[in-house]
Design a binder for this molecule. Structure first.
Ligand SMILES: [Cu+2]
Length: 92
């Protein structure tokens, strides 16, 4: 039974290589001040190649971004928000 499960898990990983490279990071975006800001930040991040799901919170002043680490990096993400007028940094 356990052997069967292991085989299944391996098959699942083998057919979904994209997901294996997906990382999720939280960026601190302190300059967001009104409801329009998250829209601008989200738009800027969505233009970066390899970016998947984006969740921007005005209340928390942060952006949770899922991205393919083979196509982009955290520095490209922070660069994109900075170009849009919102400097950001990786939240630990
Ligand atoms: Cu604003």
């Amino acid at each position: 039974m356990q052997k069967l499960f292991a085989a299944f898990t391996f098959a699942f990983i083998a057919v979904t290589p994209v997901w294996a490279a997906t990382q999720t990071v939280t960026l601190s975006v302190p300059d967001m001040s009104c409801p329009a800001c998250p829209i601008t930040v989200k738009k800027a991040l969505s233009k970066v190649e390899g970016v998947g799901k984006i969740n921007v919170s005005l209340e928390k002043r942060e952006a949770v971004v899922a991205f393919d680490d083979k196509k982009t990096s955290v520095s490209k993400l922070t660069e994109a928000t900075e170009m849009a007028g919102y400097p950001s940094s990786l939240k630990q």
